[in-house]
Write a protein of this length. Structure first.
Lengths: 427, 541, 331
C-alpha cells in the first residue's frame, strides 16, 4: 500500500514485516528513527515475538546480535558513522563467524571534525569487514532492500549491511509502497541457521584458527562472496516478480549501452544524476549511469559488461581515502583496467559531510569529464579560496591551530564581508 | 562436516591431544604405614578398621580389628594405647580416641553376640598353649584360626591371667573377660583350667603336641627387705589384687601405704580406697616424672583421694609406723639418701615392686636359656628348644596386655610356619605416613570426644567401671576423626582437583587411577591429597 | 551419658571434594563420575592452571543446576585459547567465543534468543578472565547487569592479562610484578591504586546475585554457582584462580595459594542478593599476607636479601581492611 511516510518509518515497518526476533537499539543520528519506529511497533504489538533490547553501546548492540543470531534468532540492529566504528571489531567478528545479521547503516560522515550529515565514509571504512553491503537509491529501495537482505543473509549465512543515506533518505518523506505481511512471508522463509548453539547438539563456535587454516577460512569467505552474484540477481528478480517493482540486484544500467561517458555512483545521489543525464542526453551528449546497488561483494563482471563500451568512466565517491582518493573509484578502476580497451577513469569526490550535490555542479562535472578530463580526484565544489588561505596560513605558522575551526573562521569572515558588501550595495 | 569449517568444532575433540607428553613428574598412588599401626604392639591395622567403622559398618570394623587382636573389649579398656600417642591428629588437635572406638566395637560385638569363624580346614597339628592370659589367648586364637588343634592350659581357676588377677574390676569388668574368652573357646580351643604345667617336656610328650607356646606370666611378687618390728602388716600387690577375686575382701585397715611407682602400685592404692581405706599413700623413691605408671592413671588416683610421697624410701616398719628417708636426685638423676627421716602412720604396707616369672616348668627342657628371670626367645619367639615358643611377661617385654597380645599373634604365626616346615617372611613395611605429608586443611576441626567419666565421688565406694564407653553417635564421630594417614580414603580430592581431568575414579572401594595420557604432572593431586597417599616421581627421560 | 560435644558427622570429608559417607545426591558435582566434564582433557592450559580448574568446577555445577541445558559464551583470553585451538575443542557443551570485550553482551543476545524462541529452560553463562571482565568487557558487563539480562557471568580472576604475557589489569594487586609493572625502580611492581573490585560494583547494580568464590573451596564454589542458577536475571561470580605462570608459583601450589588468598583476607569470600551482602565466608585459619606473598615470584622484590619491604605491611593493611569490612573473622 502506498503511503507518504518518512524513510526511517518505512524501513521500520518493512523490517518489522521481516519478523526479526531480536532488535538491538542504540541511538545515533541519523539511524535513530528506524529503531524508534521498531520500538513503537514492538510496544504496540504490531511486531510480536521480538526482543527489543536497549543496549549501552554500538559495540554491545552488534555483540548482542551476534549472540542472538548464533543462538538461532533472526537478529537486527542499526547504526551509523562513529557507531559503526565503535562496533568495528564486532562487525568483523560477525562476518568471520558467518552470522546472518542484518544491519541498517544510516550513512554519515566520520569525525573529526564531527559531522552528523550524510556521506559514505562509514560504509567505506568497513568495506573489508566481510559484510555484504547494499546501497539504497530511494526510500522505497531502502525499505525493500531489508527484505532482500534477510533472505540473502540467511541463505548464505553472511551478515548484510543495508546502506541508506542519512537524512536524505532516513528523514525524507516520500511515497513508499509498504508490502503486506503475506508478501514478505512468502518471500522470506523462517530463519534456519547453519550453525546454532543448542544443548541438544553442542558445538564450539569461534575457535582460534592458526596459520594452518586461517587462509582457507578467509578463502571460503571470499568464495562465498564471489559466488553470490547470481543469487543476488535472482533474489532481485524474484522480488520484482513478487512485489511488482525492481529493487536490489547488483547494479542498474541507465543508458549505458551507447554512452561514451558512464557515471558510476551509489545511493540517493543517483536520482539527481539521472536528472542531469536526461538533460545532457537531450542536449545530445552521449552519457549514461551505472547505479551500483551491491558494493560488497563488488560486482566486477557485471560492471565490466555494462561499461565495456564506454570511453570515459566517471566515478562519484561520497567518501575519501585521504591517502589515495575515492575508494569506489579505486574499485571501479581495478574492475575495468584489464578490459581489452579499458575506459579512462575519472574520480570525483562529492557531497562529503552532507554538502548538497547540485544539478549545476554535476552538469559542470560531466561536461568537464568529456571536455577536459583530469588526473586524480576532483573535489566537486571545493572552496579553493578558503583552502588556499588556510594553506598559506599554515605555511607561515607552526602552531597553526585546528584546520576545521580555521576554515569555519575564514568562511565567517567571508560571509561577513559579503554581507557588508550587500549592505553597501543596497545603500 | 555439518558446520562451518574451522570456525566451529566438534565437542570434546581435544581428547586427541595427549598432554601427558608434557610431564616431567608423575603422580603415583602409594600406601604408607599410619603411625598408629606402626606403634601398635598388637600389630593392629587401626586405620583399616577405623575406615570400616566410620562408614557405620561396625561388624566389618570389628572383624578387621579382630584379624589381629581377638580381645577388643578388653584392650579397649586396659590398653595404654601407644597408637594414640603416635596419632598424627595429636599434632592437629588431639589424637583420635582409637582406644575408645576399639572398646565400643568390642562391647558391641559382645552385645550382638558376634562370633569368630571356625577354621576352614584342620591341619591335624596339635599345639599346647600354657597360660590363658592375653598372650596365651591371643596365640590360641590365631593358632586355631590357622586350623591347628589347640589346648589352652592354665594353672588358675579362671581364664584371663593377670587381666583377671592383676587388673582391678573398676578398670576391667569380669564379664568382659568372660565374654571374650568364651568367644575364643567357641572356636574349638580346648581350655583346661586348674591345670598347672610343671614340666613342659612331659606335657608335650604325654599329649603328643607338635609345638607349644608358653605364656605363664609373671605372678611372683618381688619383695624388698625392710626391717620390721612389732606386728607389721606387710602384703604384696599380686596377692592383694588376686585376693580381690576371692570371696572375702582383704583387710587393709584405715591407713594403707603402698611402696612402688608402677601401674600396679596405683591399682593397689585405688583398690584400697574402694575397700574403705581413708588414707592410701604411695611411697616412691623417685619423682612424678620418673614414675613408670601412666600419668592418666595417677591423675585418676589423685582425683580419688590417693596421696603421693615422692623421693621417699621406706627404711623400716615398726607396728603402725613407717620410717621414711627422704631422697634427692643426683647429677645423673638417681635417687640418693639424704639422711632426713620422717614417720608415716600406716595400718598396712603393700609392696608393689614388680613381679617375677615362675620358670620351673622349663627345668627339664633342653636348650632353653633364661636371662634376668625371663626366657630368651629368637626373633620368631622360639626358645632355644625347637618347637617351644614363649611370650608375654615371661619373655623380654614391656609387660602390658597389648604387648602380650602381640606376642601371641606373632608366636602363633611363627608356630604355624614352623609346623608347616617353612619360615615366616616378614611382609615389607610401608614407609611411615608422617605428619608433614598430610594436607591437614581438609580435616574439619574436631577435638576428641571426652569419654564420660563417672563422678569421682562415686568411684571410691564401688568397683563400678570408672571409664564409660562411647555410644554409637560419638563412636562414629570419633572414628571419623581418623586422618587415614598414608592411605587413600576416597575423598575424591585428586579426582576433583585435577585441572586436566586426568584422574579416573574407579568407583567405591576401587580408588583412582591416573590417566597418564593427559596428566601434565602439575602435582596438585599430591599437594592436595589430605592423607599423603600420592607421591610425585620423576619421569625417566 | 551426657555428650556436650557438638557433633560434626563428616569430619574427614567435610572439606574434601567428595565424601563417601554422604549420599550421592548431596555430594559435590566434582566428586561424581557422572559430572559433565564440560571442559574436558586435552586442553592446552599450563600445568596446575587455576582457571582450567575453576572453569570446570563452575560450568559443571551450572550444568547440573540447569539439567545440562546450558550455553556458554567466552571472552577472549587464556580460557578461550587453551580450550579451542583449531581443530580441537575441549568443551563438551554449546560454547561460543566472539571477542575480548563483549562476552556479557553476546550472552545477553543468547539469552534473548532463548526467550524469543521459547527455550525457557536453556540457561546462559558468560565467562572471561579479569582483563576481559574488569577492563575491556566492563561496559558490556555493566549493561548486562543494568538490563538484568538472564545471564550468569563468571569472572576467573587471575589478576592480570596472562594470555598476552602477564600484563597488568585493573585486578592486578598492588606491588605485583607484571610485564607492564616491572620490579624496577623505586616503586617496583604495580602501583598502590584505589583498586577495582568488580564484585562490589556488581552489588551496586542491585542484581539478584553476586558472589566471590575460590578454587580452594569447592563446596562454597559449587553452592554459589547452584545458588546463582536458582535466580533469573543478571548474576555475577568472581572466582579467584591462581596462575602459576603469571604469579611465578609452583604448579602444585595453585590451590594452596588460593587458600592463602582467602585465609589472609586478601580475597574476601562473600555473597550478596539484590544489592545486600547476605553471607560472608569466615577465615578458618588466619594467615599473615607474607606467607601468601613469599610463595610467588611476582612479589620476590618485596623480600629481597631476606629483608621485608615496608610495602608488605601496606598489603597486610589491605587484608586487614577486608577482614574488618566484611567481618571475615569469627567473633
Amino acid at each position: 500500500m502506498l503511503e507518504q511516510i518518512e524513510g526511517s518509518k518505512a524501513m521500520a515497518r518493512v523490517i518489522a514485516l521481516c519478523r526479526p526476533q531480536v532488535i538491538c537499539a542504540y541511538p545515533i543520528t541519523p539511524q535513530t528513527h528506524i529503531v524508534e519506529g521498531l520500538g513503537d511497533l514492538v510496544r504496540e504489538g504490531a511486531l510480536q515475538n521480538c526482543e527489543f533490547i536497549n543496549v549501552e553501546s554500538e559495540f554491545a548492540a552488534l555483540s548482542v546480535a551476534i549472540g542472538s543470531s548464533a543462538a538461532g534468532a533472526r537478529s537486527y540492529t542499526a547504526t551509523a558513522s562513529q557507531g559503526l566504528l565503535f562496533m568495528a571489531e564486532a562487525v568483523y567478528n560477525a562476518a568471520g563467524l558467518g552470522l546472518p545479521i542484518v544491519m541498517t547503516l544510516g550513512n554519515r560522515a566520520i569525525g573529526a571534525p564531527i559531522n552528523i550529515w550524510n556521506d559514505h565514509s562509514d560504509a567505506m571504512a568497513l568495506r573489508e569487514s566481510g559484510w555484504f553491503q547494499l546501497f539504497a537509491e530511494t526510500n522505497q529501495e531502502a525499505a525493500d532492500l531489508h527484505v532482500i537482505a534477510f533472505r540473502l543473509a540467511e541463505e548464505l549465512s553472511v551478515p548484510v549491511m543495508v546502506c541508506v543515506d542519512g537524512f536524505v533518505l532516513t528523514h525524507a518523506m516520500e511515497r513508499v509502497d509498504i508490502p503486506t505481511q503475506q508478501q514478505v512471508d512468502a518471500y522470506l522463509p523462517p530463519y534456519e541457521p547453519v550453525q546454532v548453539l543448542d544443548p541438544a547438539d553442542p558445538i564450539s563456535i569461534g575457535a582460534m584458527v592458526g596459520p594452518d587454516a586461517f587462509t582457507e577460512v578467509r578463502y571460503l569467505q571470499y568464495y562465498k562472496q564471489q559466488t553470490a552474484f547470481d543469487l543476488i540477481e535472482d533474489l532481485a528478480a524474484e522480488f520484482s516478480e513478487s512485489f511488482g517493482r525492481a529493487s536490489g540486484g547488483l547494479l542498474r544500467d541507465y543508458h549505458c549501452g551507447d554512452a561514451e561517458l558512464a557515471v558510476v555512483a551509489m545511493g540517493s545521489v543517483n536520482g539527481t544524476i539521472k536528472d542531469v543525464i536526461d538533460e545532457l542526453r537531450a542536449e545530445g551528449m552521449s552519457i549514461g549511469l551505472v547505479t551500483l546497488v551491491t558494493f560488497r561483494p563488488f560486482p566486477t563482471r557485471a560492471l565490466q559488461q555494462v561499461l565495456a563500451g564506454a570511453k570515459h568512466v566517471l566515478v562519484i565517491d561520497r567518501s575519501l581515502d585521504p591517502g589515495m582518493g575515492g575508494p569506489l573509484a579505486s574499485n571501479v578502476d581495478l574492475a575495468l583496467r584489464n578490459l581489452l580497451s579499458p575506459p579512462a577513469i575519472h574520480s570525483a569526490i562529492a557531497g562529503l559531510g552532507g554538502r548538497p550535490i547540485t544539478k549545476a555542479s554535476l552538469h559542470r562535472l560531466f561536461m568537464q569529464a568529456m571536455e577536459k578530463p583530469w588526473e586524480g580526484p576532483n573535489f566537486v565544489d571545493l572552496n579553493e579560496k578558503v583552502v588556499g588561505r588556510e594553506l598559506h596560513r599554515r605555511a607561515r605558522a607552526r602552531r597553526s591551530g585546528p584546520a576545521a575551526e580555521n576554515v569555519l573562521k575564514i568562511l565567517e569572515t567571508e560571509r561577513a564581508a559579503a554581507f557588508q558588501a550587500r549592505i553597501e550595495t543596497a545603500e | 562436516m555439518k558446520h562451518p569449517f574451522a570456525i566451529a568444532l566438534d565437542v570434546g575433540s581435544s581428547k586427541a591431544n595427549h598432554t601427558g607428553t608434557w610431564r616431567t613428574n608423575r603422580p603415583e598412588y602409594v600406601d604408607r604405614l599410619p603411625p598408629c599401626n606402626a606403634a601398635c604392639p598388637a600389630g593392629e591395622d587401626i586405620q583399616g578398621w577405623l575406615y570400616q567403622a566410620e562408614s557405620g559398618d561396625y561388624e566389618a570394623a570389628w572383624r578387621a580389628l579382630t584379624a589381629n587382636n581377638p580381645l577388643p573389649a578388653i584392650m579397649g579398656r586396659v590398653c595404654y594405647h601407644p597408637c594414640e600417642g603416635a596419632c598424627n591428629r595429636g599434632q592437629l588437635d588431639t589424637a583420635v580416641g582409637i582406644n575408645s572406638v576399639e572398646r565400643f566395637l568390642g562391647d558391641l560385638a559382645i552385645a550382638r553376640g558376634w562370633q569368630f569363624t571356625r577354621p576352614d580346614a584342620e591341619t591335624g597339628k596339635r599345639v599346647l598353649v600354657v597360660g590363658a592370659g592375653p598372650a596365651g589367648l591371643s596365640a590360641a586364637y590365631h593358632l586355631r584360626h590357622a586350623g591347628h588343634s589347640v589346648v589352652l592350659r592354665d594353672a588358675g581357676p579362671m581364664a584371663g591371667g593377670m587381666m583377671r588377677f592383676g587388673i582391678p574390676k573398676y578398670r576391667l569388668p569380669r564379664e568382659v573377660i568372660d565374654a571374650e574368652v568364651a568367644r575364643i573357646t567357641a572356636m574349638g580351643v580346648a581350655l583346661e583350667l586348674n591345670s598347672k604345667v610343671d614340666d613342659i617336656e612331659k606335657s608335650l610328650t604325654a599329649d603328643r603336641f607338635d609345638a607349644a607356646f608358653l605364656a605363664v606370666g609373671a605372678h611372683i611378687a618381688r619383695r624388698a627387705y625392710i626391717p620390721a618390728g612389732g606386728a607389721a602388716r606387710i602384703l604384696d600387690a599380686v596377692s592383694l589384687l588376686r585376693s580381690m577375686e576371692g570371696e572375702a575382701p582383704p583387710l587393709l585397715g584405715r591407713r594403707v601405704a603402698i611402696y612402688g611407682g608402677g601401674n600396679t602400685a596405683i591399682d593397689v592404692a585405688r583398690t584400697a580406697r574402694r575397700l574403705g581405706a581413708e588414707e592410701a599413700v604411695i611411697v616412691y623413691r623417685r619423682t612424678r616424672e620418673m614414675m613408670p605408671a601412666h600419668d592418666f592413671e595417677l591423675e585418676e588416683a589423685l582425683e580419688e583421694g590417693v596421696s603421693m610421697k615422692w623421693l621417699s624410701t621406706i627404711r623400716n616398719i615398726d607396728g603402725g609406723k613407717l620410717q621414711i628417708e627422704k631422697m634427692a636426685l643426683d647429677d645423673k638423676g638417681f635417687p640418693q639418701p639424704t639422711g632426713e627421716f620422717e614417720t608415716l602412720e600406716a595400718d598396712s604396707l603393700v609392696l608393689a615392686l614388680g613381679q617375677d616369672v615362675d620358670l620351673s616348668l622349663l627345668d627339664k627342657a633342653p636348650g632353653i636359656e633364661t636371662e634376668n628371670g625371663v626366657v630368651k626367645v629368637g626373633p620368631n619367639m622360639m626358645t632355644g628348644r625347637p618347637g617351644i615358643f614363649a611370650g608375654g611377661d615371661m619373655a623380654p617385654s614391656e609387660r602390658t596386655v597389648t604387648v602380650a597380645v602381640g606376642h601371641g599373634k606373632k608366636a602363633a604365626r611363627h608356630i604355624d610356619a614352623w609346623l608347616r616346615g617353612t619360615q615366616l617372611e616378614p611382609a615389607p613395611r610401608h614407609e611411615l605416613a608422617s605428619f608433614d605429608r598430610l594436607n591437614t586443611w581438609y580435616y574439619e576441626d574436631a577435638p576428641a570426644t571426652v569419654r564420660p567419666m563417672l563422678e569421682a565421688a562415686r568411684r571410691i565406694d564401688s568397683f563400678t567401671e570408672v571409664q564409660g564407653g562411647l555410644d554409637e553417635t560419638n563412636a562414629l564421630y570419633e572414628a571419623r576423626r581418623c586422618l587415614s594417614c598414608g592411605n587413600c580414603f576416597e575423598c575424591d580430592n585428586c579426582y576433583g582437583i585435577c585441572p586436566d581431568n586426568a584422574v579416573i575414579k574407579l568407583g567405591p572401594g576401587q580408588r583412582f587411577r591416573i590417566d597418564y595420557d593427559y596428566c601434565k604432572g602439575c602435582g596438585l593431586c599430591a599437594a592436595e591429597c589430605p592423607c599423603g597417599a600420592i607421591d610425585m616421581v620423576p619421569e625417566e627421560m | 551419658m551426657d555428650s556436650t560435644q557438638k557433633l560434626k558427622f563428616y569430619q574427614k570429608g567435610t572439606l574434601t571434594v567428595g565424601n563417601r559417607l554422604v549420599d550421592e545426591a548431596s555430594r559435590n558435582v566434582q566428586a561424581s563420575r557422572q559430572r559433565s566434564n564440560s571442559l574436558t582433557c586435552g586442553h592446552r592450559a599450563c600445568q596446575g592452571c587455576g582457571e582450567a580448574l575453576g572453569a570446570r568446577y563452575a560450568i559443571d555445577a551450572a550444568m547440573r543446576a540447569a539439567g545440562n541445558q546450558l550455553i556458554a559464551v567466552n571472552a577472549t583470553g587464556c580460557l578461550e585459547v587453551f580450550t579451542t585451538p583449531y581443530p580441537e575443542t575441549s568443551w563438551q557443551m554449546p560454547w561460543m567465543h566472539s571477542l575480548f570485550g563483549n562476552a556479557a553482551a553476546v550472552a545477553s543476545g543468547v539469552a534473548a534468543a532463548m526467550r524469543v524462541t521459547g527455550k525457557h529452560g536453556t540457561r546462559v553463562v558468560a565467562q572471561g578472565g579479569d582483563g576481559g571482565t574488569t577492563d575491556i568487557g566492563f561496559g558490556c558487563l555493566s549493561g548486562m547487569f543494568e538490563r538484568n539480562d538472564d545471564v550468569l557471568y563468571i569472572c576467573y580472576d587471575n589478576e592480570g592479562y596472562m594470555n598476552t604475557g602477564v600484563q597488568r589489569s585493573s585486578a592486578t594487586p598492588p606491588a605485583a610484578r607484571t610485564a607492564t609493572t616491572p620490579a624496577i625502580g623505586a616503586q617496583p611492581g604495580n602501583v598502590f591504586g584505589t583498586g577495582k573490585f568488580v564484585p562490589k560494583i556488581a552489588v551496586a547494580h542491585d542484581i539478584p546475585y553476586v558472589a566471590t568464590a575460590s578454587v580452594a573451596d569447592l563446596h562454597d564454589l559449587e553452592a554459589k554457582v547452584t545458588r546463582a542458577m536458582s535466580f533469573h536475571g543478571a548474576r555475577y561470580i568472581q572466582i579467584n584462580v591462581p596462575c602459576p605462570l603469571g604469579w611465578g608459583a609452583a604448579s602444585h601450589d595453585t590451590i594452596r595459594l588460593a587458600r592463602l588468598a582467602i585465609e589472609t583476607g586478601l580475597f574476601p569470600i562473600f555473597e550478596a542478593e539484590y544489592g545486600r551482602v547476605t553471607h560472608v565466608r569466615k577465615i578458618r585459619k588466619p594467615k599473615p599476607v607474607s606467607e601468601y606473598l613469599k610463595l610467588q615470584r611476582r612479589y620476590a622484590h618485596l623480600f629481597r636479601d631476606g629483608v621485608e619491604d615496608p610495602r608488605v605491611a601496606r598489603i597486610q593493611g589491605i587484608a586487614d581492611r577486608h577482614i574488618e569490612e566484611y567481618g571475615l573473622l569469627e567473633s
